[in-house]
Design a protein around this ligand. Structure first.
Ligand code: AMP
Length: 171
């Protein structure tokens, strides 16, 4: 993962002052690095009986759809409010200021599904916790919450205590 780590770009004060944004777009733009990320994630879940990869809007979609393709799984989208046309389950989570909500179509996951949730990055873990709740509401089994990047100082793993968490790169 050295190549991938070298390509993640630190952008200070984005989207607002005090935030060090970890920009993964150079990883996506490098064929070898992007392949390494997808191969590492797909390899981890190849023999785990996974039936669905659920991506969190929107950077999670990029990784989750590719991993789903490699594994031959279905791809499920976890979306922000107002995007999904059919009945949804929803889970609300706290942001630094205010709150946000994730939705999943009620018929996107079934009780028999073994689900990996994928996002580009875990910070405080709030988004991922909501995603795990959606998998639970659908009655499906959460195999793991997986991330390309984990910002360890922000305590996401502690917030998700009791849930299986995996990340490729820690900062
Ligand atoms: P959280 O709910 O605090 O774990 O935040 C995770 C979500 O916010 C992910 O979808 C990330 O894409 C985004 N995010 C949070 N902090 C950062 C950061 N420092 N750099 C890039 N993305 C971030």
């Amino acid at each position: 993962m050295d190549l991938v780590r070298a390509l993640v770009r630190d952008v200070p004060d984005f989207p607002k002052k005090g935030i060090l944004f970890r920009d993964i777009t150079p990883v996506l733009g490098d064929a070898a690095a992007f392949r390494q990320v997808i191969d590492a994630l797909a390899g981890r879940y190849a023999d785990r009986g996974v039936t669905k990869i659920a991506g969190i809007e929107s950077r999670g979609f990029v990784f989750a759809s590719a991993v789903a393709y490699v594994l031959g799984c279905g791809f499920v989208i976890l979306r922000k409010p107002g995007k999904l046309p059919r009945p949804t389950y929803k889970a609300t989570y706290a942001l630094e200021y205010g709150q946000d909500t994730l939705h999943v179509h009620q018929d996107a996951l079934a009780a028999a599904d073994q689900v990996v949730v994928l996002d580009d990055l875990i910070a405080t873990g709030g988004t991922a916790k909501a995603a795990a709740e959606l998998v639970g509401m659908a009655g499906a089994t959460l195999v793991e919450l997986a991330f390309v990047i984990e910002l360890t100082a922000l305590g996401g793993r502690e917030r998700l205590r009791g849930l299986p968490v995996f990340s490729l790169l820690s900062y």
